[in-house]
Ligand binder design. Sequence first.
Ligand code: ZN
Length: 176
Amino acid sequence: MTTSPESPADRGGRTGTTGGAQTPVRAVACPTCGRTNRVPAAADGSPRCGNCATPLPWIAEAGDADFGKVAEQASLPVLVDLWATWCGPCRMVSPALEQVARDLAGRLKLVKVDIDKSPALARRFEVQAVPTLLILDHGRQVARQTGAAPANALRRWVDESLSASHGPADPATRRP
Ligand SMILES: [Zn+2]
């Protein structure tokens, strides 16, 4: 009987994903043409449809390990949703936030953080209650809100926060 020696098969081309943390990818349907695109949680610039170049909604999750890459280094302003699985209001707010991310595709990124899996972020942002919503612009906090709110109120808060962080807004902006 012969036993074939286990040679270190150096078949070329199958190197797999070695080295570097790999970024999670989400399948996102283009709102314009319907093409499914693979959108990474972190990337330079912002995602566009490979078929028709429509800006795609950018919704990602992050934790203690990858928050810097996914949220703070993003080229777009980031809406951070600090939430918890046991939080009922969080489940109500989540679809409204995703709608905002779809409406503002190409202008805003939504990053969800499960605080129970991300204790360092919960401490850093001094989360006392969930949901806590932050808007970061290149890692700098420009707005913060705690608690659930109706979809139209969330949208208005996001719009006002974005315009406030990007140069002088109209000084006579309406009050809430
Ligand atoms: Zn498209």
